[in-house]
Design a protein around this ligand. Structure first.
Ligand code: ADP
Ligand code: MG
Length: 269
């Protein structure tokens, strides 16, 4: 469903010059699977997810969603993907129903199909008791459900959750994880990014640990624990991060390949 190959994204930044935010990463996610991107702030998670949802173009590498290339077939990709973040704008004066309906229209859905889909979604996400409540009067939990419904209105097979639990109270966050599990049961392909270790531990079928634009390792929780001979996931995670930092320090000093890269980088700036 999702294939990412050697994906790289560089930003031009006044302070940092040519800055590599995503550095040649590869992964795949299947139908009926929750894939976790775990990494601290600045790791490059949002950049990857924005490339998948066609908001950003990659600098190098390939990404496909449901068989469509994110650059060449971007409109097809948008039909097959839904994006949920933690900072979706909710309009104060529109009701839950109106907001989700509005996004359905933006996707070009015809009235009859849209009505059926709205009924199904409001049942599925248990939103009927606040369907006529305007955004300005919604709780954070209600707003989050509207964001999910908006992302799902066109029934995409792929859903992306970018730090979607950030700022939610514990109960609402727990409910959200429940909704994501039920989407897996329905056969969706899901990517879930977070910096919270316990969330990936509890939710994700496979995990990629991301740091400084790279995937340091990926696999099921069991595979990662076996490979690193470490049962405590937090220890495992911080161990990988500090190992990477050590390698970078050594590489920066004595590795000629990385010195050459730096020279090329300077020429480009
Ligand atoms: N538009 C941009 N211009 C320059 N640098 C950016 C831009 N967007 C993100 N970055 C940088 O790219 C890196 C990765 O950011 P991001 O993908 O948001 O990481 P994460 O979501 O894991 O916190 C960070 O160092 C961030 O400062
Ligand atoms: Mg982010």
């Amino acid at each position: 469903m999702i294939h990412v190959q050697h994906l790289t994204k560089t930003y031009e930044d006044l302070q940092r010059g040519r800055f590599v935010a995503v550095d040649g990463i590869s992964f795949s996610v299947q139908k009926g699977e929750i894939f976790g991107l775990l990494g601290p702030n600045g790791a490059g998670k949002t950049t990857v997810l924005r490339i998948l949802s066609t908001v950003l173009e990659p600098t190098e590498g390939i990404a496909t969603v449901a068989g469509y290339d994110v650059v060449r077939d971007s409109s097809e990709v948008r039909r097959h993907i839904g994006f949920v973040s933690n900072n979706t704008a909710i309009y104060d004066r529109m009701t839950a129903w109106e907001m989700v309906e509005y996004f359905g229209r933006l996707h070009g859905m015809k009235a009859a199909r849209l009505k059926g889909r709205l009924d199904d979604l409001f049942d599925q996400l248990r939103m009927n008791d606040f369907r006529d409540v305007p955004g300005g009067k919604m709780s954070t939990g209600m707003k989050q459900k509207v964001s999910i419904a908006r992302a799902m209105i066109h029934d995409p097979p792929v859903l992306v959750f970018d730090e979607a639990t950030l700022g939610l109270d514990v109960l609402v966050a727990r409910n959200l994880l429940g909704v994501i599990r039920s989407l897996r049961e329905a056969g969706k392909c899901l990517i879930f990014s977070t910096h919270i270790m316990s969330e990936v531990e509890r939710l994700c079928d496979r995990i990629a640990i991301m740091y400084c634009g790279k995937i340091l390792d990926s696999g099921t929780l069991e595979e990662l624990r076996d490979r690193h001979r470490e049962d405590d996931f937090e220890e495992l995670f911080f161990g990988l991060l500090s190992q990477h930092e050590q390698e970078m320090r050594v590489g920066g000093r004595i590795n000629p390949a990385s010195a050459a890269n730096q020279a090329v980088g300077e020429q480009l700036v």
